[in-house]
Design a protein around this ligand. Sequence first.
Ligand code: FE2
Ligand code: FE2
Length: 353
Amino acid sequence: MPYESFHASIGSIVYEWEVVGRMAVRSRAGKQAEEKLPGFFSIAIQTLRLDEVIDFDLYLPPASATGEPVLYRRKSLPFSEEARDRLVSNAVDEVYVADVQRGPYQRYLERNLGNILADSSVSMEERVSRLYDSAQGLVREVLEDPRSGGMVERSGELVEHMVRFLYAEGTSFEHLMKITSYDYYTYTHSVNVFVYTTALAQHLRYDEAIVQRLGQGALLHDVGKSMIDTEVTNSKGRLAPAQWAQMQQHPAFGYDILMEQGYQDPIGLDVVRHHHEKLTGRGYPDGLGGDDVSGWVRMSTIADIFDALTTRRSYKEAMHTFEALQLMNQKMRKELDTAMFREFVSMMGKHTG
Ligand SMILES: [Fe+2]
Ligand SMILES: [Fe+2]
């Protein structure tokens, strides 16, 4: 397709969902604001599995706007049907967990995620929230201590549940789009890149089993950033040449960490090592170009750039989806795969318009 008509088609698609996109941005910002209670996070009662031992304390919501959450159930007690019914009859639909018990909650969530996602009695909003939470919680832990062990298995299982859910529930991507974090942290960015990459691969009709492998690479793509000095990763401005040189090592560091942990999937390793390669050959770390840049990398690169542009950092505002796609189309045409980018735009139009 000639560039002009390609551009025109992007324009018309983007125009249609521009307004909807803005609403989506607002609602995800609103969601973050309403959940703030210092030292705690909330979970829907529906997502607590009956008769499972819960190894974290549960608190009831505060009675007044300025009150503290009230301890309701100590850890190590199973959550019975009776207990749940009592809460429901008192119109309590969510409980709180202390931030300090996020670790046990994370494990509980990972153990039960498959059941939660498959449970149609749990609302779609709640299911995608738990999916997002469990994935970002895992990546957060991995970034803090990438060599703690078990991360290859844990992320593999998590990705399996998540991709199965994305394939089974046609509207899951729209719901996920609404809650993707607006503020940039490496762990939220990693989950967003997972969401956009797997959605694009699904849109391109790849098999679920392949997308699981691709998705694990996308979720872990920036794990090498754990080896970069925080003053470089948190830098608010332009990086000095030595800092930039260090930053450019993160894909190779990630690749090495995963290899050390016994991860051997060529698709995932390719994404982790090459997500900053460009079709022009001017990317890093290996300076691959043209046909040497695989389709897996081409998909994850589009997702990676798109999320970096549409999230907010301390030194820059988030770009609106429309502006980000326009910029990618105008300024990165030679670096990105044109056909895949067009599919990405059409996917975003289809799911948000
Ligand atoms: Fe990266
Ligand atoms: Fe990234």
